[in-house]
Design a protein around this ligand. Structure first.
Ligand code: PXG
Length: 309
């Protein structure tokens, strides 16, 4: 199939006749052959770092920010990223091109590499790096139109003194436990509090609320990921003269907010209309949420590293 087959209807679809290829330690290998050892400490201990990035219509969104965060996560766990930022950019773009993807979810993973059955990372000689580009699985369209319901779960977000949530490590059990608790109650997303009971974030999204025209989000010191979408929304607020504060928030604050929404690479900006059974504002996606959803959508159309194939 030629690249002509990528029309508007091709959004998010991989229409290449060949199998999906994965970048693995300098090579492009078919998905079936993209394998790493069972002795890799990424698998044995969750010892590694990753990023989730998106491409929109041949623009890789906020790539520099994602690579900086990956570098910081790796530095924090004393893990060597085998590629420079330039090499990583090239590898990501090449993976997208090989798979003929205009719109994609990009997963960059660096693992500690093969070691023995002890914890000691110094015995792992060579980190593994791989890049998966694939279709993105999104929330249903109705969530964006009508908003979603979320529920607070008992599992609290990791305390920064243990595993700092700012570190996007391969150890995501904290979030997975929260996700399980939400799913057990038939909710798609879980609200996590920190160990002091303040609002932290969701399992894969940051949280914002609006009260009396002021946009508010928990400060990163409460123990949340420094979301790249979160930062993009704060920048858009500044540009649009929307007052924005980083403020410690309680569930009570959320319950009585005019609007609530979540932000993340996968979710983008998704309105929340109920928290723990409490209706938020009018019970419909609010005006500021809709304005920021639209501003964010526009940003993804013009901001990014461009590639062609
Ligand atoms: N908090 C947590 C715990 C996350 O994992 C975010 C917030 C949002 O950050 P960004 O930088 O994306 O705005 C994340 C990101 C997935 C998936 O596969 C998860 C994320 C991103 C992309 C895909 O569920 N989490």
């Amino acid at each position: 199939m030629s690249s002509k087959s990528f029309g508007k209807s091709g959004k998010g679809l991989r229409t290449s006749p060949t199998e999906l290829h994965v970048y693995l330690n300098g090579e492009f290998v078919p998905k079936r052959e993209a394998k790493i050892s069972v002795f890799d400490h990424g698998l044995l201990y969750g010892d590694g770092a990753f990023e989730g990035i998106r491409a929109y219509n041949c623009l890789v969104f906020k790539l520099e920010e994602h690579l900086t965060r990956l570098g910081e996560s790796a530095h924090s766990i004393m893990l060597r990223v085998p590629l420079s930022s330039e090499e990583l950019t090239e590898a990501i773009v090449e993976t997208l091109k090989r798979n003929r993807l205009r719109d994609s979810y990009i997963r960059v993973v660096v693992t500690r590499g093969e070691g023995d059955l002890g914890l000691d990372p110094r015995l792992c000689e060579k980190p593994n790096i791989f890049i998966i580009t694939d279709k993105i699985i999104l929330y249903p369209e109705s969530f964006y139109r009508n908003g979603m319901d979320i529920i607070t779960v008992p599992t609290v977000r990791n305390i920064p003194e243990a595993i700092n949530p700012a570190l996007k490590s391969l150890n995501y059990l904290n979030n997975i436990l929260a996700k399980l608790e939400a799913s057990n109650s038939n909710y798609k997303e879980a609200l996590m509090l920190n160990d002091a009971g303040y609002v932290a974030e969701c399992t894969g999204d940051n949280i914002f609320m609006v009260k009396n025209g002021i946009l508010q989000t928990p400060p990163t010191y409460v123990g949340v990921l420094r979301g790249i979408t979160r930062q993009a929304i704060m920048d858009l607020a500044l540009r649009n003269d929307i007052p924005c504060q980083e403020r410690v928030l309680t569930r009570h604050d959320l319950f009585n907010a005019d609007e609530v929404f979540l932000t993340g690479t996968a979710a983008e900006v998704v309105p929340v209309v109920k928290v723990d059974g409490r209706k938020i504002g009018t019970g419909k996606p609010g005006k500021m949420t809709r304005k920021l959803m639209s501003a964010f959508r526009d940003l993804t159309k013009r901001d990014g590293i461009r590639y062609t194939f």
